[in-house]
Design a protein around this ligand. Structure first.
Ligand code: MLT
Ligand code: MN
Length: 313
């Protein structure tokens, strides 16, 4: 299975359009080692010709332009795409807004949980994806789904599992202590070739949003070929510390990397062939290759995702 990181940043991207904090300034100034990153998305393929895109970021047009695998092949019809399926892990703006760029009567299959499909159905702008061409298929909260494009199976299967998270920001109910979050708002995925179902070492665990690490999750991912995990913030109160906002990682549904409760500590005893932080917010010091935080994650065996990163499983 071929895997491409299309966008390694969290919502807002890196640099974020209106951010003047030191990290965004550094990347805008092309300081050595700083890499611009687009918003949260990956792609996978079993055969190198037909691709599934996981999360449709607002930057998808730019991501396709940067990724020849996702462009129409030279011998393909006048209107065509290698993107045969799109799978959503939640309804956040950084994961669904790109659907609007995938209009133009192009067939593909759209997979999401009922909660996320309901959000798309209740926002009429998503009718630009005409159901005559774009079939919407519901993902169960637990279980295996063989991915299909309009012409048949892609040779890829996904296993869906619920992870602790939060309802999309634009759907928050301020009256409720959990902001109206319910199951199906955030899922993680095990992605592999259909031929490799059951082979953990050939499985990518893709979890770009996760608010807490629980024991069953650790068991599920143990022995995995690669974990791509929520790297939104290094410190829970990083937004306040950097002076750009007041929301904590926890308030946004994202577990911090550092600290005794963080993902670095929480996943230290799980065996994985590779572990990669993805969905990285523009305040996160792991975006600075010379920071102490980058040294800490690298020393713990983690990689920091970047746009164009390629993996093979
Ligand atoms: C998140 O990951 O927390 C969201 O993408 C935030 C947002 O919707 O801007
Ligand atoms: Mn996000």
């Amino acid at each position: 299975m071929k895997i491409r990181v299309l966008g390694a940043a969290a919502g807002g991207g890196f640099p974020q359009w209106n951010c003047n904090a030191p990290l965004s300034r550094a990347v805008r100034e092309n300081r050595p080692g700083f890499l611009a990153r687009t918003q949260s998305s990956i792609a996978a393929s079993a055969d190198g010709r037909n691709w599934a895109v996981f999360n449709a970021s607002p930057d998808i047009r730019q991501q396709i332009a940067a990724t020849s695998d996702l462009q129409p092949a030279a011998d393909a019809p006048l209107r065509s795409t290698p993107i045969r399926a799109v799978i959503l892990t939640n309804a956040d703006v950084d994961h669904i807004a790109g659907l609007l760029s995938l209009r133009e009567r192009e067939p593909f299959t759209l997979y999401a949980t009922r909660r996320v499909l309901e959000t798309l159905a209740s926002n009429s702008i998503f009718q630009v994806l005409n159901p005559d061409h774009v079939e919407r298929r519901e993902l169960a909260l637990e279980g295996e789904t063989e991915l299909h494009g309009p012409d048949g199976p892609l040779g890829l299967s996904i296993e869906t599992f619920s992870v602790p998270g939060k309802v999309a920001l634009f759907l928050e109910d301020p009256e409720k202590s959990d902001f109206g979050t319910s199951s199906g708002d955030t899922i993680g995925l095990a992605v592999r070739r259909t031929a490799n179902i059951g082979a953990a070492d050939k499985t990518l665990f893709y979890v770009p949003g996760c608010a807490a690490i629980e024991a069953p999750f650790k068991q599920r991912i143990s022995g995995g070929g690669c974990l791509m995990f929520d790297g939104t913030v290094f410190e829970n109160d990083e937004m306040a510390n950097t002076g750009v906002g007041s929301k904590t990682g926890a308030r946004m549904g994202h577990l911090a990397i550092g600290g005794p409760e963080g993902s670095l500590a929480g996943l230290a005893d799980v065996y994985l062939k590779r572990r990669v932080f993805i969905h990285i917010n523009n305040t996160n010091p792991i975006l600075d290759p010379r920071s102490a935080e980058t040294s800490a994650v690298l020393a713990a065996g983690w990689e920091v995702a970047f746009d164009g990163m390629e993996l093979e499983l």
